[in-house]
Design a protein around this ligand. Structure first.
Ligand SMILES: [Zn+2]
Length: 398
């Protein structure tokens, strides 16, 4: 199944993928083996091959609390998230969770992810090392928080900038460009304007990626209004700080006004749509069609542990159920749209020749035609459907 556009998946049944080293060379419906006499051949029989998933928004330090908790965003952060993230002051704990996180990620078929760590520089460094040894493509950032957060996690503004810069210098474009650093001011309530403005300035000067949360929860939005009474909207706070640009990824964007949507579109900011998390935390429903029709690039994210699962199949299912989009569009959101949001549509996201051979092999239930197979996967698939995962042509999970 090769996603090529929001309304188009090309099916190959039977299908043949030719891989040379780390790259796809060809995707075909006719057996090309006579042209490649020295090639090794593997037959996946009636299983289905899908491009590696791109998770556009996920919190590594929340792996151990997936599915825990009740209540809405702010209470959940204080009760569950912050105490768990404080544990990442311990490098040994950070290492254990980081290793488990990347193993789980790949086992779910995700080969590229955009990741939040905790505020700890050492723990973030450990996460990068774990991503590098696993071989996945990862965009990772140390969370920045210099106010309205527990003593254990609150940073001095300058220390937060300096630590982030050290990580950026060390890791951005490492591992042949597969690792990128993302400046990660957590959200407007936990970051001062001077901190966010410094990040905006760095992003402008270096072209660095930025990620944050925007307009997730109504109490959060009220709080932002109290903290920034001079700003007309939540989005305007980030715009004032210079955080919105085409390398910025904003998660959630549920309760935006039309002006805010237009501003994001003008800045070409990318949107991470996390429907399972939005439902679990009772945040509301992102107006997907409205944002899409405004021209915004939208990709899917699991947002664990707000979302209770690392499976992109489950995100596709949630996306379909809350927006009414087709399985074709859901698969696009989980693959090529994520690649596009990251400026990588020429390198990953589908089987186009020359792209990284990142793909998963999934169990196919009995189906009448490929379109049925796609909808069955979207509506019924999960981690257990994944039988093999390849990253740049290497079998990483089976
Ligand atoms: Zn999040």
């Amino acid at each position: 199944m090769n996603p090529v556009a929001p309304d188009r998946v090309d099916f190959y049944d039977p299908g043949f993928l030719v891989i040379d080293g780390e790259k796809f060379v060809r995707v075909a419906r006719e057996d090309p083996s006579s042209e490649f006499p020295d090639a090794e051949f593997r037959d996946f029989k009636d299983k289905i091959i899908v491009p590696g998933f791109v998770d556009a928004h996920v919190h590594l330090p929340q792996l151990a609390i997936m599915g825990a908790g009740q209540g809405e965003l702010i209470a959940w952060l204080n009760t569950y998230t912050y105490p768990e993230e404080a544990r990442f002051a311990d490098p040994e704990y950070a290492e254990n969770i980081s290793t488990a996180f990347f193993d789980e990620l790949v086992a779910n078929g995700t080969t590229t992810a955009v990741i939040y760590c905790s505020v700890h520089e050492r723990a973030t460094d450990i996460a990068f090392t774990a991503a590098q040894s696993k071989g996945v493509r990862a965009f990772i950032g140390k969370v920045m928080m210099d106010r309205n957060s527990p003593e254990t996690l609150r940073e001095d503004t300058e220390d937060s900038i300096r630590a982030s810069m050290r990580l950026f210098d060390k890791w951005d474009n490492a591992a042949g460009g597969r690792l990128r650093y993302v400046f990660t001011p957590r959200f407007g309530a936990s970051c001062s304007m001077p901190l966010m403005q410094r990040v905006g300035q760095i992003a402008r000067e270096t072209g660095a990626f930025v990620q944050s949360h925007l307009s997730e929860n109504k109490d959060e939005i009220r709080w932002i209004g109290e903290l920034f009474p001079e700003e007309p909207s939540y989005t305007a706070v980030y715009d004032d700080a210079g955080l919105l640009g085409d390398r910025s990824i904003m998660a959630h964007c549920i309760h935006l006004s039309s002006e805010e949507t237009a501003l994001l579109a003008k800045r070409r900011t990318k949107i991470a749509f996390c429907p399972y998390s939005n439902r679990t935390l009772r945040s509301g429903t992102m107006p997907y069609r409205k944002l899409r029709d405004a021209g915004l690039t939208i990709a899917l994210g699991t947002d664990i542990a707000g979302g209770p699962s690392l499976s992109m199949f489950e995100q596709m299912r949630e996306a379909i159920s809350v927006t009414g989009i087709t399985p074709t569009e859901a698969l696009y959101l989980a693959t090529l749209a994520g690649a596009t949001a990251l400026g990588l549509s020429g390198r990953i996201g589908n089987f186009d020749p020359g792209k990284d051979a990142d793909f998963l092999v999934v169990e196919a239930k009995a189906y009448r035609n490929p379109l049925d197979a796609l909808s069955t996967l979207c509506l019924n698939g999960d981690k257990r459907s994944v039988t093999e995962v390849y990253v740049r042509g290497n079998l990483m999970y089976f």
